[in-house]
Design a protein around this ligand. Structure first.
Ligand SMILES: O=C(O)CCC(=O)C(=O)O
Ligand SMILES: [Fe+2]
Length: 264
């Protein structure tokens, strides 16, 4: 490797390690200067088990046109890209009622993570759309066969929604149920997407592994009760899992005015 490329690398991830959530680490994650934040023991094993048990009483739905299969409870803007905004907002109330009934019978990780952000001085709220109202936030998601290499960045995926005006995007994931085999790691690359990467796209969301050639990487081992926070405009994927991998998750975006919004 050349000295020049080394220099570029060190200006992105100075340190390939896990950070706790602080005002400083949150800022660095939004700026893609650190790979990830782990909130250890964000929830107790009992809380995770209760939330998981609630999800087992309901039907998970698989994403259409996404392979390997990913299943979830709750709705996403991603699925309404082609269907349209009005139809998405028609479903928000129903999905929110269902989520509230699940969290009322267990615990509410969404309120807790928003509180943890406030403790770091962030101004947080659920994303909202002029003349439609609040977005939906908070999926229960099953990723057990891994994912393709991808990024998540609303300004590239949606247009004409509030979430398209964000300047940085993170996701947070609380792991509720994991088979005890240390599989299903989340792998994150020190490689942000650029417009030219379109040539590496394989389908609706996956990219060829040529996109991450030579990039630095970190593998996150999920544990029940821990939260992973990372910048989703870094290429990333989930490794397959022989068994269960169920989590509670949403997206997080930074608006130009400094506000932080949550949605799914
Ligand atoms: O389940 C995970 O560990 C992360 C999944 C993912 O791709 C994301 O949160 O953007
Ligand atoms: Fe992702």
């Amino acid at each position: 490797m050349t000295a020049a490329s080394n220099q570029i690398k060190s200006s992105m991830w100075d340190n390939k390690q896990e950070y706790p959530l602080t005002t400083e680490s949150l800022k660095m994650l939004l700026e893609q200067r650190i790979p990830l934040i782990r909130l250890k023991e964000f929830a107790t094993p009992q809380e995770c088990e209760m939330l998981y048990a609630q999800s087992q009483l309901l039907n998970f739905n698989a994403y259409e046109d996404v392979s390997p299969k990913i299943e979830k409870i709750g709705i996403t803007v991603f699925e309404y890209n082609n269907i349209g905004k009005a139809d998405y907002f028609k479903e928000v109330e129903r999905a929110t009622k269902l989520r509230n009934s699940i969290t009322a019978a267990s615990f509410d990780p969404l309120q807790r993570i928003m509180e943890r952000f406030r403790e770091c001085g962030a101004k947080v709220r659920i994303a909202s759309e002029l003349s439609y109202g609040s977005y939906y936030a908070g999926l229960i998601r099953k990723i057990e066969h891994g994912t393709q290499i991808h990024i998540d960045f609303a300004p590239l995926e949606q247009s004409g929604w509030e979430i398209c005006t964000i300047t940085a995007q993170l996701s947070w994931t609380l792991y509720l149920k994991l088979s005890d085999n240390n599989q299903g790691k989340t792998r994150i690359y020190d490689r942000r997407c650029k417009p030219e990467d379109e040539q590496y796209k394989l389908d609706s969301y996956g990219y060829s592994d040529r996109v991450i050639a030579d990039a630095d990487t970190i593998a996150f081992q999920p544990y029940v009760g821990d939260v992973l926070l990372f910048n989703t405009s870094n290429f990333h994927y989930v490794e397959p899992m022989n068994g269960q991998r169920v989590a509670f998750t949403s997206m997080i975006g930074l608006l130009p005015n400094g506000e932080i919004i949550f949605w799914s």
